[in-house]
Ligand binder design. Structure first.
Ligand code: ADP
Ligand code: MG
Length: 178
């Protein structure tokens, strides 16, 4: 699936705040049972994006980098969806992930984010929102690229986010808040 797909979009963010804002907008398109897989090097912005998702879902508790904890659970706020925030960085393989109860936690409801999804790919559902974050040092120290792909049937969600990205880019160029 290339970026030309109606299910995929690419966004360059020029600050941490823009990545958080994009996460807030993404949260508006997420629903019960969704799994968001995130890949990308250390410092690419996966946790910042998760912070935006948590903010958009208005869940309880601050997002942090769960480097030593595999999972940070955020109870549902007024939106009614909890957030399960996994970081698979330290895991050896997908079996370990499954033994830790991934399926049960996803099945318990809400939205699940998995950082370092590539470490546990075979344990993840085929229907997931996939995001690859990368640095764009050639454009600037604070520039990140987010390649986002929605599963089949979610064209409306991808289109809505693409509109948000356009608005964000216009606001940046015109120097006005969007
Ligand atoms: N455009 C941007 N988007 C996200 N983070 C950015 C951006 N520009 C700079 N940063 C910085 O990069 C780091 C991203 O860290 P983090 O979100 O923890 O990455 P990861 O979880 O992928 O390791 C933070 O220190 C953040 O302030
Ligand atoms: Mg992280």
């Amino acid at each position: 699936m290339g970026p030309e797909s109606a299910l995929a979009l690419t966004v360059d963010t020029f600050s941490r705040e823009e990545t958080v804002d994009f996460g807030v907008a993404l949260a508006g398109r997420l629903r019960e049972g969704d799994v968001v897989e995130m890949d990308g090097d250390l410092g690419a912005g996966k946790t910042a994006l998760t912070e935006g998702i948590a903010c958009g879902l208005a869940v309880r508790g601050a997002v942090s980098s769960p480097t030593f904890t595999l999972l940070i659970d955020h109870a549902a706020g007024p939106c009614g969806l909890p957030l399960h925030h996994f970081d698979a960085y330290r895991l050896q393989d997908a079996d370990e992930f499954l033994h830790l109860g991934f399926d049960e936690i996803v099945g318990s409801g809400g939205v699940t984010v998995v950082e370092w999804a590539g470490r546990v790919r075979s344990a993840l559902p085929s229907e997931a929102v996939r995001i690859v974050a990368s640095r764009r040092d050639e454009l600037g120290e604070d520039v990140r690229r987010l390649d986002v792909a929605f599963p089949q049937g979610r064209e409306d969600d991808a289109a809505a986010l693409a509109r948000f990205v356009d608005t964000m880019a216009r606001g940046r160029e015109e120097g006005t808040p969007c």
